[in-house]
Design a protein around this ligand. Structure first.
Ligand code: PLP
Length: 460
């Protein structure tokens, strides 16, 4: 007989539920079951080993199973895992805010801790808006962003995400926000250099501000190095400088979404640090901040914004898991490792080695059209024809097929086909920053074998 639902236990019910996955159309093979992880490797329940070539979703920056972090986690879990932050502050959140702001550098005084990237961006959009309201500019509410871009899955973050496919479904539920082109680096428009094209994209921002009415524009948000959207596109320094100048000219706040590019991933604590004149007003972080040991995101802001709203009731926004003491303790331990192992420097060093290996693969492979990135935030672009840069049909779904070949070869490759093919089939290559020289070589071998399998499948 069917047990009373109240008495059901996992495993002993004749009919229970099952996990709802995402981005998994009918017929998608079930992924292997994860059993354990150590360093850059993961093992499934059948004992098969996978090199984690994208650090999960560009998260596991310090690798899996780090003993220092696990000890800090156990220690904090033994003390207290939750205390509502409006009633209690925690030594770990105080220390973490201090350290993260110091690493982010001048202009960042306060850290707001949330559970992940989308929440961090929601926080940035809402803080910017509240700042405009208390500064006597309540008409400023539009946030300009780039096409393509990815800023998160929640409805506010989606409103500024440049992804026609997703907005085709959820667009009517959000306020349409203006979009400007994100610079490309592979398919440059006729007659342009990388720099002249990027500057034209920056000028498109100014045109958009003027068209919308400068007094109505609140902020501009961008990923300084493209992530899932455009695949590790790095723009010339002049682009970041001009964007800053334009925002200054029109009183528009500049938000850098460093959820993927931050925490050392590109070879500096923030990608913004590579570009002297970038100077964002607000930065968001997640992913590598707690490196997958606990969920954590952050928004970093200057005192001048926070002070302006302090007398207006403070920030009118928060979540239950805001400043979670366990997540903050874990992130402090992760930061210990980032600093002790100088992982930003490691990212530069191993990034150079990886880039050379990827370029060599591109030279041999008939389907790798481009290699790009900064530090260990790199990507390859898969094409049907390297001469013409022609893409494979979207229905073929080359990245999903590459993932399957990778799993057979023992390499875990995370991707999300960029905007259903409109911007190319790219594959991020973003291993943990702790990857060794020999492991980069192994990654390159396994990737090349998987690409060979894919090329054979395409040729059939
Ligand atoms: N912003 C960027 C640049 C991202 O890459 C992501 C996630 O991939 C997000 C925001 C959203 O973060 P989360 O998935 O933690 O909500």
């Amino acid at each position: 007989s069917t047990p009373n639902p109240i008495e059901r236990r996992i495993g002993d019910t004749p009919k229970g539920g099952s996990v709802l996955g995402f981005y998994a159309p009918r017929g998608t093979p079930r992924p292997p079951r994860i059993a354990r992880g150590e360093g850059v490797f993961l093992w499934d329940s059948e004992g098969r080993r996978y090199l984690d070539a994208t650090a999960g979703a560009v998260v596991a920056n310090i690798g899996h199973g780090n003993p220092h972090v696990l000890a800090a986690m156990a220690e904090q879990a033994g003390r207290v895992t939750f205390a509502y932050p409006r009633f209690f502050e925690s030594e770990h959140s105080i220390a973490l805010a201090d350290r993260v702001c110091a690493l982010a550098g001048e202009g960042f005084d306060r850290a707001f801790f949330v559970s992940g990237g989308s929440e961090a961006n929601e926080s940035a959009l809402k803080l910017a808006r509240q700042y405009a309201v208390v500064s006597g500019q309540p008409q400023r509410a539009k946030v300009i962003s780039r096409e393509p871009s990815y800023h998160g899955a929640t409805l506010g973050a989606l409103a500024v995400t440049g992804d026609a496919h997703t907005l085709g479904i959820y667009g009517p539920m959000v306020r349409a926000m203006p979009k400007v082109p994100a610079p490309q680096s592979y398919r440059l428009p006729e007659g342009h250099t990388a720099e002249s094209h990027a500057l034209a994209c920056a000028d498109a921002l100014e045109d958009s501000i003027v068209r919308e009415g400068p007094d109505s524009v609140l902020a501009f948000i961008l990923e300084p190095v493209g992530g899932l959207s455009s695949g590790a596109v790095v723009s010339p320094a002049a682009y970041y400088r001009r964007v800053r100048e334009i925002c200054d000219r029109h009183g528009v706040l500049l938000i850098y979404d460093e959820i993927m590019s931050g925490a050392g991933r590109t070879g500096a604590f923030l990608a913004a640090h590579h570009f002297a004149d970038a100077r964002p007003d607000i930065v968001t972080l997640a992913k590598g901040l707690a490196a997958g040991y606990t969920p954590l995101g952050a928004m970093l802001v200057p005192n001048r914004i926070v002070d302006a709203i302090a007398d207006a009731g403070g920030f009118v926004h928060g979540h239950t898991y805001f400043t979670n003491p366990l997540s903050c303790a874990v992130a402090n331990a992760v930061l210990d490792e980032v600093v002790r192992q100088d992982l930003a420097a490691q990212s530069r060093l191993r990034g150079e080695q990886l880039m050379a290996r990827l370029q060599a693969i591109a030279g041999r492979s008939p389907i790798v059209g481009d290699v790009r990135g900064k530090g260990l935030l790199t990507a390859i672009e898969i094409v049907a024809d390297k001469e013409t840069k022609r893409q494979l049909p979207a229905a073929f779904n080359a990245p999903a097929r590459l993932t399957q070949h990778g799993l057979q070869r023992g390499i875990a490759l995370y991707n999300r086909r960029a905007n259903l093919g409109a911007y190319g089939d790219m594959q991020l290559i973003t291993p943990p920053l702790t990857i060794t020289e020999a492991e980069v070589d192994l990654l390159a071998e396994l990737l090349e074998a998987s690409l060979r399998d894919l090329a054979q499948e395409i040729a059939r």
